[in-house]
Design a protein around this ligand. Structure first.
Ligand code: NAD
Ligand code: TYD
Length: 365
């Protein structure tokens, strides 16, 4: 039975992973370490509240002594490292936090793992899994082949540069000290608990309020969309079948231009308003409440500086060596995600208006 330390487990992907693990392996210990930044919310773990397997530890990954204590105290043998600053736009306006959390924070995690696992030998086998991004590979042209694990690193934003640096540190700790590491580089995730600053949840919340849907540049940038449940299953496969020192790309096989994606989402919303009579009363400012197309809100705005044109993931290695396969199609995933946001209005209102954050400040700080 594995004993997991999940960093960033109160964030979007981390929380989905914690729920996935508790569902799949009931009884296995899961310790979540999370600093509860604006992106981390205990509301994301609400459904697991009261599970005796789950321990939540508020804290910073840069606190090496705290990480060491958790590794010793809980006899942790598996780290799944999600904690990061993750939004490209924020990294453009304020890169410092990205260097501090993504680079120094990852190094702190590696140092603690080395001390406790390699020097003190608290457990007989261990794994440090680092969750990274396809953005480290840079930007593709329209006809370029998708990123493989051999693609040269060419990060373009402070976010992707900080993730690339953290990947290199993980690689170095394997090569130099023999730490048992794996890295996964995945494409753009979407699904439940996605903070409404990223494209898909932002568009959902805006269209429900009748607010403009801001499309950067010409809207023809391409992303390869991965449902978060597929990503969680991919990480599970890496933990179980991945080889130490290896890197695995995890993708959804669903490339889409941003404008096409937003138009699809608008069509999903329009259909939902036609089918569900309660929606017009709940969201009266939405164009769909008046029978008008949600796509009328699409609004082109100034492009993001240094905006990568296209990402695409080749996950042949994960398919061949791990038996990984994405299961959720983009059409199905967008419908389900839209429904999830309709059914969890309390969640996105709380995380957006800061009321959840105020509650955390009172109870945890
Ligand atoms: P997120 O921003 O939703 O969550 C990040 C979590 O980390 C939050 O809970 C936050 O409180 C926590 N955190 C931040 N700084 C911390 C610190 N110093 N100490 C402890 N906890 C801290 O991020 P996400 O979208 O869930 O991404 C998770 C990981 O996956 C990140 O490493 C990210 O780079 C990677 N990734 C994300 C995507 C995506 O589409 N979201 C794609 C590829 C890779
Ligand atoms: P985002 O969700 O920020 O993820 P990333 O930058 O990591 O790919 O953005 C996805 C794409 O959507 C990206 O090409 C930028 C674009 N975008 C918009 O056009 N408008 C928006 O308001 C946002 C947040 C993103």
């Amino acid at each position: 039975m594995a004993k997991l330390l999940v960093t960033g487990g109160a964030g979007f992907i981390g929380a989905n992973f914690v729920h996935h693990w508790l569902r799949t392996y009931p009884g296995e210990r899961v310790v979540v370490l999370d600093a509860l930044t604006y992106a981390g919310n205990l509301a994301n773990l609400e459904a697991a509240k009261g599970r005796s397997e789950l321990r939540f530890e508020p804290g910073d990954i840069r606190d090496t002594a705290l990480v060491e204590r958790l590794l010793r105290e809980e006899l942790i043998d598996t780290i799944v490292h999600f904690a990061a600053e993750s939004h490209v736009d924020r990294s453009i306006h304020g890169p410092d936090a990205f260097i501090e959390t993504n680079v120094q924070g990852t190094h702190s995690m590696l140092k603690a793992a080395r001390t406790v696992w390699l020097k003190e030998r608290t457990v007989s086998s261990h794994r440090f899994h680092h969750v990274s991004t396809d953005e480290v590979y840079g930007s593709l042209g329209p006809d370029d082949p998708a990123f493989t694990e051999q693609t040269r690193y060419a990060p373009n934003s402070p976010y992707s540069a900080s993730k690339a640096a953290s990947d290199h540190l993980v690689r170095a700790y394997h090569h130099t000290y023999g730490l048992n590491t794996t890295i996964s580089n995945c494409s753009n995730n979407y699904g439940p608990f996605h903070f409404p600053e990223k494209l898909i949840p932002l568009m959902i919340v805006n269209l429900l309020h009748g607010r403009a849907l801001p499309i950067y540049g010409d809207g023809r940038n391409v992303r390869d969309w991965l449902h978060v449940s597929d990503h969680c299953r991919g990480i599970e496969r890496v933990l179980q079948r991945g080889k130490p020192g290896e890197v695995y790309n995890i993708g959804g096989g669903a490339e889409s231009e941003n404008l096409t994606l937003v138009r699809t989402l608008c069509a999903v919303a329009d259909a939902a308003f036609r089918e569900r009579t309660d929606l017009a009363a709940r969201f009266p400012a939405a164009p769909a409440a008046r029978g008008e197309p949600s796509a009328s809100l699409i609004h082109f705005v100034q492009d993001r500086p240094g905006h990568d044109r296209r990402y695409a993931i080749d996950c042949t290695k994960a398919e061949r060596e791990l038996g990984y396969q994405a299961e959720v199609t983009l059409a199905q995933g967008l419908r389900e995600t839209f429904t999830w946001y309709l059914d969890h209005e309390w969640w996105w209102r709380a995380v957006m208006d800061g009321s959840y954050q105020r509650w955390i400040d009172t109870h945890y700080r």
